[in-house]
Design a protein around this ligand. Sequence first.
Ligand code: SF4
Length: 170
Amino acid sequence: MLYIVLALFLLALVFFWQSNRQRKAAGLPGGRLIYTDTRGWGKLEKPLFYAALELTGKPDYLIEKNGQIIPVEVKSGRAPDAPYDSHIYQVAAYCLLVEKTYKKRPPYGLIHYQNRDFAVDYTRELEESLLDLLADMKRDEHKNEVPRSHEQAARCMKCGFRKVCDQRLM
Ligand code: SF4
């Protein structure tokens, strides 16, 4: 259990960490605005896990549609103009976990904000960018200090680590 909690913590940390730099390098998709019907969304019993990458995560929902499995991440806040990089990486990680677990590659994942939804295409480029990010995380996980990768005070305001982070902006 501690292992899973630590892995989730690291995953969350890395999503907030290098996203701007990676997005610029990878040209991440911004997400397509779509309509979704929440009927038929299924909850997961337990997190998905991929041992080769020591990656774990629990999408809020999985949708089965036309033989495909689509992961959904639910955000409580109102939608930004385009999904945040950290949210895109989170959904990409869920797509990877779905593919490894169910042996089916999701064509996209969904981010469900309070007022609208975005589809994030799970392209090969996005997958490669995610793998690069995870490799960077692995390389740096034993460092005592990892520099902040952004100048967004609003992000720090909402961050779950702000009480312990000495680089917060606020
Ligand atoms: S408080 Fe700000 S700088 Fe620190 S981890 Fe959170 S988002 Fe990053």
